[in-house]
Design a protein around this ligand. Structure first.
Ligand code: SF4
Length: 355
């Protein structure tokens, strides 16, 4: 991949691919494997990946399949080695200050793609791979998979010429591995657009029967509700900075901000309550003294009156919501205080409190 001098055909052509575990990246890997190319894959953890937390955190719906990591599952079905790489720390600057801006919500897709391809390209160079591939398809995603954005990804990632997109290659200029005869271009595809039928037909032809629904989405940054909570966090902190703990906490619970200086995170089921318990440090915790049920975390600088309101809200979303009074415990740094409150009535909860 050095791009200079005479390049001989390697005995074993090796390619590194970005694998999300969705159908497209799985098909791209299989197409190359069908040509006898040795494939390994990489999957990046950004901190915003949906499946790495939420799927495993919430109580599963009755009859739903058990949660799984799509990329690991796909790699195992493909029989390829998967490199799982945590890029969350470096990824902060991509989310907080994307050069190419955001998509519909807080998804910096173009910067994200450039960053991931760059990281993967560096890995490919140091690990002796001959080229890089992705499952991208021209016209499939509005921000990063367009005729005018593919060259941006290629150029800014440093991988120009060495990044092959097997599913859409026939609609793009030849890459170096094709020119060098390492990849048979005639066995690549020319898919484009959002219609998934050609991919599904190819999957059937290649015997790939199990793949996740494309509607699942790959990251929280494209999720309207999550983006609203992240904007709220940035806005009330006065900065776009975030820690891993912040972005994890936005993935769980019901979030309410009754006033600018404090917010509540209320667990919605046992699994979320357990999850929230791990985030008590530096926050107040409210729970019902005599009833099982939800945990509420309080962030910010609430006054004594604010805490009464927080207890009433917490009681509203707990098992004592129909009782005239509930004893609520406020835990704070090893100290506990009990307040007996009336659960808040539905009509008292203002719409604008919900984040
Ligand atoms: S949806 Fe998320 S992970 Fe996928 S390209 Fe956009 S920002 Fe990156």
């Amino acid at each position: 991949m050095n791009g200079g001098g005479v390049v001989e055909r390697p005995e074993r052509v090796r390619a590194l691919g970005l694998l999300s575990g969705g159908l497209d990246s799985t098909l791209a890997a299989r197409l190359l494997m069908e040509q006898g190319i040795e494939v390994e894959c990489v999957n990046f953890h950004t901190g915003f990946c949906i499946q790495s937390h939420t799927g495993a955190m919430r109580n599963p719906k009755p009859g739903a399949p058990p949660p799984r990591h799509d990329a690991l599952h796909a790699a195992s079905n493909l029989g390829v080695r998967l490199h799982l790489v945590d890029i969350a720390e470096d990824y902060v600057r991509i989310v907080t200050d994307p050069k190419h801006g955001y998509g519909k919500h807080l998804n910096p897709c173009l910067d994200c793609k450039v960053f991931m391809v760059h990281k993967a390209f560096e890995m490919a160079r140091t690990m002796g791979f001959h080229f890089l591939f992705t499952g991208e398809v021209l016209g499939q995603r509005p921000m990063s998979q367009r005729r005018d954005t593919f060259p941006v990804i290629d150029r800014e990632s440093g991988a120009a010429g060495w990044l092959l997109r097997p599913l859409t290659a026939l609609r793009l200029p030849e890459t170096e591995p094709e020119k060098l005869g390492w990849v048979d271009r005639s066995r690549l595809m020319g898919f484009s657009g959002r219609n998934r039928k050609p991919q599904m037909a190819l999957a059937a032809r290649l015997g790939i029967r199990e793949y996740p629904s494309p509607a699942g989405g790959c990251c929280f940054l494209t999720d309207e509700n999550y983006a609203r909570k992240l904007r709220d966090l940035w806005s009330f902190r006065g900065s776009r900075a975030y820690a891993m703990e912040d972005i994890l906490l936005l993935k769980a619970g019901r979030h309410l901000r009754p006033a600018p200086h404090f917010k509540l995170v209320i667990g919605r089921d046992d699994a979320e309550n357990h999850f929230l318990t791990g985030f008590v440090d530096g926050r107040l915790r409210i729970r019902a003294r005599d009833l099982p049920g939800s945990i509420t975390l309080v962030e910010g600088t609430p006054s004594a009156d604010d805490l009464t309101l927080a207890c009433r809200l917490a009681a509203r979303f707990g098992k004592g919501r129909e009782l005239p009074e509930v004893a609520m415990v406020i835990d704070s740094g090893g100290q506990s205080e009990v307040r007996v409150v009336t659960p808040m009535a539905v009509h008292e909860i203002r719409e604008e409190w919900y984040i």
